[in-house]
Design a protein around this ligand. Sequence first.
Ligand code: SF4
Length: 321
Amino acid sequence: METSSEGSVEDGGGVPVPVSVPEAAVVGSDGAQAPQSVVIAPSGLSPSRAGDFMQCPLLYRFRVIDRLPEKPSEAATRGTLVHAVLERLFDAPAAERTAPRAKSLIPAQWDRLRESRPEIGELFADDPEGERLARWLAEAEQLVERWFTLEDPTRLEPAERELFVEAELESGLRLRGIIDRVDVAPTGEVRIVDYKTGKAPRPEFAEGALFQMKFYALVVWRLKGVVPRRLQLVYLGSGDVLTYDPVLADLERVERKLHALWEAIQRATESGDWRPRPTKLCGWCDHQAHCPEFGGTPPPYPLPVRAAESAAGEQGRMGPD
Ligand code: SF4
């Protein structure tokens, strides 16, 4: 499960690799000493962070390297809440996995979420009467209820829920993520399921949605040597289920794509050259104040930067005599 407007858990996109912190990272632009933070270089990929880089390299930098804070959003938080409810419902015996039971889990899961992530309290700070919160909770209920029109949890016995997976490819690239649900048939066939609280994409955008699922399928294949039989996206926002039955060639293609992406990320990490790529998705970006496309200035780059010439030299290119 990945953090997105659909709501899921952040996985950080990489095993932290502490590096030396250059002065720029600890001294503010006004010369004041800022609290020193651990600066990390990316060391692996998750579907969310791979998606960030494909959307906008600068956004990736802000999230993974600068780790700039982002405000919680109602949509993402609702997604997290709904995911928690659907996961916990499977604690109950099969016959008791009903819609009323699922909805009854919402208040306790909401309390748990607020306790574990106090910043979520900001979301409804300006709602003293609780009207907006009540609407928001009712929307979460609707999403939970819709799930029962798409799947029947009394007939499901997940092998795994909220499964953290991590695999290292032969190249050393580490892939990781959290899978909402894994079902294993008596025949041993594996189905990977992801819940989305948004609406299903139009057919021409389905490939983008499936990327995350193929990423997980690749990780499972590399870990277990088994190609999942089915990938299933359950869209609670629109009541759609999107499925795809991958073949080995799909996973090999995704692996090649991820290697290319990772090389681009490493080049940008070393050079400090993270280009903004403005799209209509900028409207959802929390970092416009730091983005040159919106008149902002990124914070000082906190990692060591390799000069372009030396990087080229190490790659064996001929320089001028
Ligand atoms: S505002 Fe747009 S271009 Fe700028 S960092 Fe965010 S996504 Fe990238």
